[in-house]
Design a protein around this ligand. Structure first.
Ligand SMILES: Cc1cc2nc3c(=O)[nH]c(=O)nc-3n(C[C@H](O)[C@H](O)[C@H](O)COP(=O)(O)OP(=O)(O)OC[C@H]3O[C@@H](n4cnc5c(N)ncnc54)[C@H](O)[C@@H]3O)c2cc1C
Length: 539
C-alpha cells in the first residue's frame, strides 16, 4: 500500500495529538502498513482505510480516547486480534479510528473464593487458560480454536463456538459482569458487586443477574454498543476425567441426525464434524513437525507416563489413514467428575452413533483437539496458499440435516463455476448445548492474501506456501455462493454469531425488537460513532 496521506481526513492531525496525550504518542499509529492491517479482515477489505490506530492501556485511557474520538467527529472500530471475517472491525468510512485492544491483555484477578476471574477485554483465551490451569480451574466456555491470539472481548462481541460449548453454550453464557466504555467515554458496569472493591472499579463483581440482564445487551453486539474493557467470567473446577470417541458416517445427514441426538442427550462437551472435503484439506496441511508436537501434547494429557505413551502410540498407529475417503467423521470429547461417568457417556454416544449408521474409527483427532486446543492459526490459508473463508448458521436440531441437504444442492448447481475458478469447499459441524447445530461451509479459492493472514499464520508455515495473485473473478463466485448459502440459512431461521456486516440480523427481528435495538443504540452511542453499518445499524 502506498504511503500516501493525500486523503487525510480533516482533523486527523489534531486528533492524533489529542490521543497521543492520552495514551502516549508511541501508542498512536498512522504508518501505512499498520493502517492496511487494520483495514481488512480475514475475508475482505473495508470500504475505507483506517485514519489512525490508538492502543489504550487502561479503562480510563479507553474512556478518554473514545471521548476524544467522538468529540472530533470520527468513527471508531474496536479491534481485538482481528481474526474475524464478517466485516466487524474494518472501517466503512474514511474518518475511522481503529481501537486496538492488544495492550489491554492482562488477567486482572482470579478469585477462587467467589469463583470468578476478571480479565481485560484484549486478553487472549490462551492467556486466561494459562492463568487458571495451575489452580485446577477453568471457565465453562473456555475458548474458540483461534484462542491462541483471539481475545475475550472479541469473542463476547461476536459470540463463540467450540471449547465447552457442548455443555455450557457460547462465550456469553460464562459472563458474570462487564465494564463497558461507551462511545462518549461514559463507563457502565454490569452485575452484582461485592462492596469491598476500590471505588473506581465499582466493587468486585460476583454474580450476573440483578434485574434485567444488562451484560446480555453487550454480548453479540459486535462492538456497536460499547467497548468491553473488562470482563468477569464464571469459574468452575476443571473436570478430572476426559473421554474421546470418533465415528465415520456414510452421509452428512446421518452424522447430523446422530449429532442432534448426542446434543439432546447432553453428552459431548465438544463435537467437531467434517465432510470428506475438509478432511482432505486437513490431511494435506498437517506437517511432520506438527505431528511431533501433537504427540507430546496428547501424551501430556494422560495421568501417567505409561498412559501417555500408549495414547501417543495409538495416534501414531492411527496415522492419518483411518478415515474412509468418502466418510463424514465426527470427533467427540467427553468430560466429567468420575472415570465411570465419562465411560458411561462414551458408551451411550457410541450407541447413538451406531444407530445412525456410524462406524467407530480411531479417536486420534478427538484427542488432538483437546491436547492442542489453541494451535497456530495456519488454517487461515488453504494448504496451497489459497484464501479461506467460512460462513455458518446455527440450525434447530431437527432441521440441521435439511439445511445441509439444501446447501449441498446449491454447491452441486455451482460446481461448474467452482471448478472453472479453482474453488473447493468443505464443512465443519459442531453443536451448542442441547439446542443447536452449527453448520459451517468453508471456501478455498486462489486469491491474494492480506496483511492479517501473514500475522495469523506461523512464518515457517507461510514460507512454504506460494504467494497467489489477485483473483477478483474467483472471489466473485465465492461471494455469490455465500449469498446463496445465506438465503438457505435465512429460510430455515438459522441464527448467527459474528454478525458484523454479513448476516441479516435486522431482517430476522420483528418491528418491536428492531425498535428496541435502535433505541439502545441511540441511548448508548447517540452520535453513532461505533462500528457504523455493523448489525445493520447505520448502513
Ligand atoms: C483459524 C481460525 C479459527 C477460528 N476458530 C473459531 C472457533 O473455534 N470458534 C469461533 O467462535 N470462532 C472462531 N474463529 C473466528 C474468530 O477468531 C472468533 O470469532 C474470535 O472470537 C474473534 O476474536 P478477535 O479478538 O479476533 O475479534 P476481532 O476480529 O478483532 O473483532 C470481532 C468483533 O468484535 C468487536 N470487538 C473486538 N474487541 C472488542 C471489545 N473489546 N469491545 C467491543 N467490541 C470488540 C470488533 O469490532 C468486531 O466487530 C476462528 C478464526 C480463525 C482465523
Amino acid at each position: 500500500m502506498p504511503d500516501d496521506h493525500s486523503n487525510i481526513a480533516p482533523g486527523r492531525s489534531a486528533l492524533q495529538i489529542a490521543l497521543g496525550a492520552i495514551v502516549g504518542p508511541e501508542h498512536v499509529r498512522d504508518d501505512a502498513q499498520s493502517l492496511d492491517l487494520h483495514s481488512a479482515d480475514i475475508f475482505a477489505r473495508g470500504a475505507a482505510t483506517a485514519a489512525l490506530i490508538v492502543a489504550p492501556g487502561t479503562v480510563e485511557e479507553v474512556s478518554r480516547a473514545l471521548a476524544a474520538i467522538s468529540q472530533a467527529g470520527f468513527a471508531v472500530a474496536p479491534r481485538g486480534a482481528g481474526m474475524s471475517y464478517t466485516g466487524g472491525y474494518v472501517p466503512s468510512v474514511p474518518n475511522t479510528v481503529s481501537l486496538d485492544m492488544s495492550r489491554m491483555n492482562r488477567v486482572i484477578a482470579v478469585r477462587p473464593d467467589d469463583m470468578v476471574v476478571t480479565v481485560e477485554g484484549g486478553c487472549t483465551w490462551v492467556a486466561l487458560n494459562a492463568a487458571l490451569a495451575p489452580l485446577g480451574l477453568r471457565t465453562p466456555f473456555w475458548g474458540p480454536m483461534s484462542g491462541l491470539v483471539s481475545t475475550i472481548g472479541g469473542g463476547l462481541s461476536q459470540l463463540n463456538a467450540m471449547f465447552g460449548a457442548g455443555h455450557y453454550g457460547t462465550s456469553s453464557e460464562s459472563v458474570v459482569a462487564l465494564t463497558v466504555v461507551l462511545a462518549d467515554g461514559r463507563i457502565l458496569r454490569t452485575g452484582a458487586r461485592r462492596p469491598d472493591g476500590d471505588g473506581d472499579s465499582g466493587g468486585l463483581p460476583f454474580y450476573r443477574h440483578y434485574g434485567p440482564d444488562l451484560a446480555g445487551l453487550f454480548c453479540g453486539d459486535c462492538g456497536v454498543f460499547g467497548v468491553k474493557a473488562e470482563v468477569t467470567l464464571r469459574l468452575m473446577r476443571a473436570p478430572a476425567h476426559e473421554g474421546y470417541a470418533s465415528f465415520s458416517f456414510p452421509t452428512g445427514e446421518a452424522m447430523l441426525r446422530a449429532l442432534a441426538e448426542l446434543a439432546r442427550a447432553g453428552l459431548p462437551s465438544e463435537s467437531c464434524g467434517f465432510d470428506p472435503g475438509l478432511t482432505r484439506v486437513r490431511m494435506k496441511r498437517a506437517s511432520l513437525a506438527g505431528d511431533v508436537k501433537t504427540l507430546g501434547a496428547v501424551a501430556a494429557r494422560e495421568k501417567s507416563l505409561v498412559a501417555g505413551a500408549l495414547a501417543a502410540l495409538r495416534v501414531v498407529r492411527g496415522g492419518r489413514s483411518f478415515i474412509p475417503d468418502d466418510g463424514y467423521p465426527l470427533h467427540l470429547v467427553f468430560e466429567g467428575r468420575s472415570a465411570a461417568g465419562v465411560a458411561q457417556d462414551v458408551a451411550e454416544a457410541k450407541r447413538i452413533a451406531l444407530a445412525e449408521g456410524g462406524q467407530e474409527i480411531e479417536n486420534t483427532i478427538a484427542r488432538v483437539i483437546r491436547a492442542q486446543p489453541f494451535p497456530p492459526l495456519n488454517s487461515v490459508l488453504g494448504p496451497e496458499g489459497e484464501r479461506w473463508a467460512p460462513i455458518h448458521g446455527h440450525a434447530a436440531l431437527s432441521q440441521a440435516p435439511a439445511v445441509f441437504s439444501a446447501i449441498q444442492a446449491v454447491f452441486a448447481g455451482l460446481a461448474p463455476r467452482f471448478e472453472a475458478a479453482g474453488i473447493s469447499t468443505g464443512y465443519l459441524f459442531t453443536h451448542l448445548e442441547t439446542n443447536a447445530i452449527t453448520i459451517e461451509p468453508v471456501f478455498y479459492w486462489p486469491e491474494e492474501r492480506f496483511a492479517v493472514h501473514a500475522v495469523a499464520a506461523e512464518p515457517s508455515h507461510l514460507a512454504r506456501l506460494p504467494v497467489l495473485a489477485a483473483n477478483p473473478q474467483a472471489t466473485a463466485v465465492v461471494m455469490e455462493a455465500r449469498r446463496q448459502v445465506l438465503e438457505i440459512f435465512t429460510r430455515f431461521g438459522c441464527a448467527h454469531f459474528q454478525i458484523g456486516r454479513t448476516y441479516p440480523y435486522r431482517q430476522s427481528l420483528d418491528a418491536a425488537s428492531w425498535g428496541l435495538v435502535e433505541s439502545l443504540k441511540a441511548a448508548l452511542d447517540p452520535d453513532r460513532t461505533m462500528n457504523p453499518g455493523v448489525l445493520g445499524l447505520d448502513p
